[in-house]
Write a protein that binds this ligand. Structure first.
Ligand SMILES: [Fe+2]
Length: 393
């Protein structure tokens, strides 16, 4: 790998939780880990689907075997509104909980991060939207993902919905980093195929965007390219045969590596342009990203032909002997094949979004222009329009 891939004129930083454990059955460690952090009363922050799937039982058992009392806050909903996070924090504060255990997909883990912070800081969670606005650390927290997707268990951000303004806000802080992240493929085994596909592609987008970011670092590159290879190889298997522990293991690992990669390298225009599909058309985060991915790649490749060629190679394409343009284009072919394998259409009309929606899409996309900054190719409003038009065919 050429070291000229990295932005050598910038200082690369690597951030991660204090401890990351991975393994089949690793969730059973949660009691021991909580005790080591001084926990005596643990609030499990999750959503009703996770409880219904029976994923909390073993976690509660593990905590109670270490004489840690437990309570469950299971009111998390997708794209958690600020009121849910504030409510969780209030319960943690008033009822004397001293450790937070987040279990679930990105929304539950984000809510757990928010509850941890707001249990010790004054005011409401929306007061702290932005970069490094949180004055002090929250309650200790252990995060256990149940999807192979967001990588939220290792990132320093959480997303919160501001219902009054009908928008999502992001809280960045190193205080959001988990004390311990526990990655157990058994927690992801009951995910239905469509959720496996959407969350798996979200992880792929994290890895690709971090890899081609102008802020990529040696750390993010190594993690991202490994993650891309793992997803290309294992997502079709996890989708086709959900009970495959090996595929599930590799997917939760890949999502974790991608989370670490984008914490260091950042995201880009795929997330930027996908955002409006969630806010205006109520599509899931993973699906929105999946739809925009090949279209943005098509636009982006000339910004970093070499890196897109490496993505193609990591995804199993043969690039030897090809010119730089053709080698880079192979990465788009590989992504399209993967999306087709997991039954994800990249055509907006198939989701009921039509040509007449173009101005609404462009307006929404432009609101996320901050995500164009790390993107390998600059975007104007006309470029954004061009990309949405590709998805509208
Ligand atoms: Fe994402």
């Amino acid at each position: 790998m050429k070291n000229s891939f990295y932005a050598q004129d910038k200082i690369g930083t690597f951030l991660s939780p204090n401890k990351i454990s991975i393994g089949t059955g690793a969730a059973k460690q949660v009691g021991i880990e909580s005790k080591a952090l001084g926990g005596k009363k643990a609030l499990i922050v999750t959503d009703p689907g996770v409880v219904k799937a029976g994923l909390i039982d073993g976690i509660q058992e593990s905590l109670e075997s270490e004489k840690i009392r437990t309570g469950i806050f299971d009111r998390v909903i997708a794209e958690p509104p600020a009121r849910v996070i504030d409510e969780g924090a209030q319960i943690a504060h008033e009822e004397g909980y001293d450790i937070i255990i987040g279990v679930g997909g990105g929304s539950s883990l984000d809510a757990a991060k928010g509850a941890s912070i707001m249990a010790t800081n004054k005011g409401r969670v929306l007061d702290y939207a932005g970069i490094d606005m949180i004055p002090k650390g929250g309650l200790p927290k252990i995060l256990l993902p149940t999807t192979g997707g967001t990588g939220s268990e290792v990132t320093r951000v959480f997303v919160v919905t501001d219902e009054a303004e009908n928008t999502k806000k992001v809280v960045y802080s190193n205080f959001n980093l988990a004390d311990v992240a526990i990655i157990d493929p058994l927690l992801s085994i009951s995910m239905p195929p469509a959720v496996t596909a959407d969350t798996g592609i979200d992880a792929l987008v994290h890895a690709i965007e971090a890899y081609v970011s102008v802020n990529a670092t040696p750390f993010s590159d190594i993690l991202a390219i490994e993650s891309i290879g793992l997803i290309a190889e294992n997502l079709p298997i996890a989708y086709a045969k959900g009970s495959s522990i090996e595929a599930r293991y590799n997917m939760v690992l890949a999502a974790n590596l991608a989370g670490l990669a984008f914490t260091s390298g950042g995201l880009g225009a795929v997330h930027g342009l996908a955002y409006v599909l969630g806010t205006e058309y109520h599509m899931s985060h993973g699906r929105s990203n999946a739809i925009m991915l090949p279209h943005v790649m098509d636009y982006n490749t000339i910004g970093n032909l070499e890196k897109y060629a490496q993505i193609a190679r990591a995804m199993g394409e043969h690039i030897q002997g090809l010119c730089a343009y053709k080698a880079a284009d192979k990465s788009i072919d590989a992504v399209k094949k993967l999306l087709e394998a997991v039954d994800i259409s990249i055509r907006l009309p198939e989701y009921g979004i039509r040509k007449e929606d173009l101005p609404r899409l462009v307006q929404g996309g432009m609101k996320q222009a901050r995500l164009f900054v790390p993107n390998p190719r600059d975007l104007t409003k006309e470029d954004v329009e061009k990309i949405y038009k590709m998805a509208l065919i």
